[in-house]
Design a protein around this ligand. Structure first.
Ligand code: NAP
Length: 244
């Protein structure tokens, strides 16, 4: 896919990894529908940064845990942002829970944000895409679905199901829409993580460093540009999956 002039909708694009992906898309010539939930100010700052890179940016707020908010993200778009040909599902929550202590509400919230919203957004995206245009979806997932976290039970299940959804949707939406994923490793320390915790994580990475946002953006652009990849989930882990 030639990315120049294409519109990309990215969820959770205000800050951290979502911001890095959004700026990567802007650098590649995309216009952005930049979704945020609570981070309005940071979304505004990221929008200004993307505009400085030449992108047109439309900000859209939505709590993706609310069923009704998914499809309207594609509705009533100004003419210069339609059609949306790229969807990046990055928004997620990372709660601490285990099989022993997870509550129904906690479980449901994680699945709503991390799984249901990418599914509903992909459905809305596919419905809105004109028949004669190609589209691409990239889901941001986590390699730890292969080696489950002990303390992020509902998150791990949600991302594992997102992996299955990525492959299933790739099959169902071919040949018009490609669906891929990026299974991230240690890219940025989780918000509020102690330095000791983060150093212990990095000690498990053969490349001995965090991935940062640029490598995630590079992988996203690769998946979008390469027209013969679908149903693939690329691990971006610095080799952590080889070691643990
Ligand atoms: N950081 C890492 O090293 C790492 C590792 C593996 C996988 N990942 C994956 O990479 C992605 C980004 O990670 P991150 O660390 O940058 O995440 P983060 O800092 O925790 O940010 C989460 C993002 O999700 C959005 N979000 C949360 N709840 C939402 C809701 N109810 N409705 C709509 N949006 C909601 C937030 O939007 P607002 O701030 O606007 O509310 C925010 O942009 C996630 O899918 C994560 O699982 C990250």
């Amino acid at each position: 896919m030639n990315l120049s002039g294409k519109t990309a909708l990215i969820t959770g694009g205000a800050h951290r990894i979502g911001r890095g992906l959004a700026l990567g898309l802007a650098r590649a010539g995309c216009n952005l529908i930049l979704h945020y939930n609570r981070s309005a100010e940071r979304a505004q700052v990221t929008a200004v940064e993307a505009e400085a890179l030449g992108a047109r940016v439309l900000l859209r707020q939505a709590d993706l845990s609310r069923l009704d908010d998914a499809a309207p993200l594609f509705a009533d778009l100004p003419a210069d942002f339609a059609p949306v040909q790229i969807l990046v599902n990055s928004a997620a929550i990372f709660p601490k829970d285990t099989l022993a202590d997870v509550t129904i509400e906690g479980w449901s919230q994680t699945l709503r944000v991390n799984l249901r919203s990418p599914v509903l957004l992909t459905q809305a995206f596919a419905r809105a895409l004109p028949d004669d245009l190609e589209g691409a979806v990239v889901n941001i997932t986590d390699w730890r679905t292969e080696r489950p976290y002990r303390t992020h039970f509902s998150y791990t299940i949600s991302k594992g199901a997102l992996d299955a959804f990525t492959r299933t949707a790739a099959l169902q939406l071919a040949p018009r829409i490609r669906v891929n994923g990026i299974a991230l490793g240690a890219m940025l320390p989780p918000a509020g993580a102690s330095d000791a915790y983060w150093q212990s994580v990095l000690a498990t990475v053969p490349l001995a460093r965090a991935g940062g946002t640029d490598s995630a953006a590079d992988t996203l652009l690769y998946l979008l540009r390469n027209d013969f990849i679908t149903g693939e989930i690329i691990r971006l882990t610095g080799g952590a999956h080889l070691k643990m």
